[in-house]
Design a protein around this ligand. Structure first.
Ligand SMILES: [Zn+2]
Length: 239
């Protein structure tokens, strides 16, 4: 898949650089910050994607604070359902929309807003309870994999395929590693995808920094065809 990039060349400190159609990453650990910076560049940092309220951008922190809404970043496909931190899945949002949207997908959030307005208009609270019940049922199906959470076009054809995970570090890290094992036992693979560059460097995903050569786990792979990791390949490993 290709991640969304700004049309023009763009330098993000010493972390990354867009040149032509390609994003060159220089620091693996800065991947999330790079995705946020690119998203603000593409979609702007002065308006909520959902309610279109004016946001307090990074440059106007001190002006008219009461007038502007606080800025935050929303994952269109929620992180709880494996929504990756890539520009295609990120949108600038006010903190109010972001927290109300919570675990909802974009279409579910719009539906919620409609129902919410209807409840205010009619005073009929049952509508909200009905919506919540339907949402919970749908989320349960997503968790079981009956409804896919990620667009097929984002995933590698052969996914899930194995990634390598350091078993001993996993034991030390405890909880998150146990969740990985539970996922594999329950679903057959890690339900949170891992994001890799075109030159096959893993930059984001479930316990990305535990990758080693000891134990393999099947994972969903999001291959970013227009992203190249150009930094020193072993410089930022925590092992
Ligand atoms: Zn908003």
């Amino acid at each position: 898949m290709e991640i969304l990039l700004p049309g023009d060349d763009f330098v993000i400190g010493d972390s990354a650089e867009v040149k032509g159609d390609t994003l060159y990453l220089y620091k693996k650990g800065d991947f999330k910050d790079v995705m946020y910076a690119l998203t603000y560049k593409i979609f702007g940092d002065d308006e909520c994607y959902f309610c279109h309220r004016k946001l307090r951008s990074h440059e106007t922190q001190c002006n008219n604070q009461a007038y502007f809404s606080k800025i935050s970043m929303d994952h269109l496909i929620p992180q709880d359902f494996g929504g990756p931190t890539i520009t295609n899945n990120l949108r600038p949002a006010c903190t109010a929309c972001n927290s109300r949207k919570g675990n909802m997908f974009e279409d579910e959030f719009y539906e919620f807003l409609k129902v919410y307005q209807e409840v205010i208009r009619t005073g009929n609270q049952d509508l909200l309870e009905k919506f919540r019940a339907a949402l919970l049922a749908k989320q349960e199906k997503r968790r079981k994999g009956d409804i896919p959470s990620l667009p097929a076009a984002w995933l590698a054809d052969s996914s899930p395929r194995s990634i390598w995970v350091n078993y001993r570090i996993g034991e030390i890290k405890g909880g998150s590693y146990m969740r990985m094992l539970e996922d594999v036992a329950q679903y057959g693979y890690l339900i949170k995808p891992v994001t890799v560059t075109a030159n096959n460097v893993l930059v984001d995903g479930f316990n990305a920094n535990l990758i080693s050569t000891i134990k393999d786990m099947p994972a969903l792979i999001i291959p970013m065809d227009n992203v190249v990791y150009a930094g020193y390949p072993y410089g930022e490993r925590n092992l």
